[in-house]
Design a protein around this ligand. Structure first.
Ligand SMILES: [Zn+2]
Length: 435
């Protein structure tokens, strides 16, 4: 799709708009931006750039020898006669627009470094169990109590480490924090940036990685016999629990490599889950350190492929919203994904009418019927005062004020509010005898 001719692209765009009309039941005259938003189908050109950039990111991270890599890394003479500059330029420029341009890339892991027949056998324990199971919704003191009980029940450790990761919105400016205790004495606080574009999972794993690196560095004397690492990340533990040979990313693979290195020195490491934000002092401290780490310079932190793809996805959605912004549709409905009428238990017919009204291209509106030549007179049949437009029907028409008050609680509801609630909209149409 990334390298096809402009005429083919146009044909595909036409086909996509046709599909959107089938999905929504919207009329032919509906402008493409409104139509695509109602169908929740990204504009073709934006989607194409996103997919092309994702492929580019993949090839840039692949093994040396990938035949497409030279195409992406070579400097080419400008092709003055070509308007479309090819998939490589599209992918690279979109990546750069999304903020991925000058950040280092983490290669993809083709084969885990640990062969399947080698395992940590006894050197590493991973546990998500707590003494008494609690829920996220339980009061903090109850969760704290359960956490403390769990830690008290574990065998004594030479080193106890608390790790935590943080990321703005779960995807930006990652920070990893770890605090190392020898017995009860605090030994070290470790702050590590976890990537300009990242995930909470990666921030958590970065914290584990940096904590293990520090333990390995500090092991000049006799190796500790027992190390305990407490994290509040179920997802990181679940992934690691699959074993060293099952890891699919460089970071998790490295964490396992460090765990095995520690095991080789005779250290038993137990990774223990603890509830987060429950007031457990070590966990709270690690959380604070992780937040501080998020402000560190992120420029040298490699971005992994899933985070790069997630970034491109978000960038594409932002681009879509920007394209929608200046339209009348956006003014009346906003730029976000519309409420899914289907899930509210509405019938197909009701869903179609809602979608048509939201786009303003609805046969229910006399002004619209007049516009497409189905009606001689655009005037509202109920009040006869003005043209029956969407605004007239939903906020201005005095003849429908009573019905609107019963349903929306006011005579003149905000048009955005009226269009944003399909259930009420359908109720109004029923009350007006239109459905
Ligand atoms: Zn009227």
């Amino acid at each position: 799709m990334s390298g096809v001719a402009p005429t083919t692209l146009e044909q595909l765009e036409v086909a996509q708009r046709q599909a959107c009309r089938i999905i929504t039941g919207c009329l032919r005259s509906t402008p493409a931006p409104a139509l695509e938003r109602e169908a929740d189908v990204m504009p073709f050109a934006i989607r194409r750039r996103q997919l092309t950039a994702a492929a580019t990111q993949r090839h840039l991270r692949d093994l040396p020898g990938d035949p497409l890599q030279p195409v992406l890394t070579a400097t080419r003479p400008r092709q003055r006669l070509h308007r479309d500059r090819g998939w490589a330029d599209t992918g690279l420029s979109t990546s750069s627009d999304a903020g991925l341009g000058d950040l280092p890339r983490e290669p993809v892991l083709v084969v885990p470094r640990t062969p399947p027949w080698e395992s940590a056998a006894g050197g590493v324990t991973i546990s998500s169990a707590v003494a008494r199971p609690t829920k996220r919704t339980d009061p903090p003191d109850k969760r704290l109590e359960a956490a403390q009980e769990t830690l008290a029940g574990l065998p004594p450790a030479d080193y106890t480490v608390f790790t935590d990761g943080s990321a703005t919105d779960g995807v930006e400016n990652g920070g990893a924090g770890a605090v190392v205790f020898r017995g009860a004495a605090e030994l070290e606080r470790i702050r590590t940036p976890a990537g300009r574009w990242t995930s909470s999972y990666r921030a958590e794993l970065t914290a584990l990685d940096s904590a293990l690196a520090s333990l390995l560095r500090g092991a000049e004397g006799p190796a500790p016999r027992e190390v305990r690492i407490c994290t509040d990340s179920q997802s990181a533990l679940r992934r690691l629990a699959e074993g060293p040979a099952a890891q699919t990313d460089v970071l998790a693979d490295r964490v396992w490599q460090r765990l095995l290195d520690l095991a080789d020195r005779g250290t038993h490491t137990s990774l223990q889950w603890v509830p987060g934000h429950a007031g457990l002092p070590g966990n709270e401290l690690a959380d604070e350190i992780a937040r501080e780490a998020a402000n560190l310079e992120q420029h040298d932190v490699p971005i992994d492929l899933p985070s790069a793809k997630a970034r491109l996805r978000r960038h594409a959605h932002r681009e879509w919203e920007q394209r929608l912004q200046p339209t009348r549709y956006a003014l009346q409905n906003g730029v976000r994904r519309p409420p899914t009428a289907e899930r509210l238990g509405l019938s197909r017919r009701e869903c179609v009418e809602v979608a048509r009204l939201r786009t303003g291209h609805s046969l229910m509106l006399r002004e619209y019927r007049h516009r497409i030549g189905l009606e001689d007179d655009p005037t509202c049949p109920e009040c006869g005062l003005e043209d029956e437009t969407l605004t007239h029907l939903l906020t201005d028409c005095p003849a429908r004020a009573d019905a609107r008050r019963r349903i929306f609680g006011e005579d003149e509801p905000e048009i955005k509010e009226a269009l944003g609630d399909p259930t009420k909209l359908v109720e109004l149409l029923r009350r007006l005898g239109r459905l």
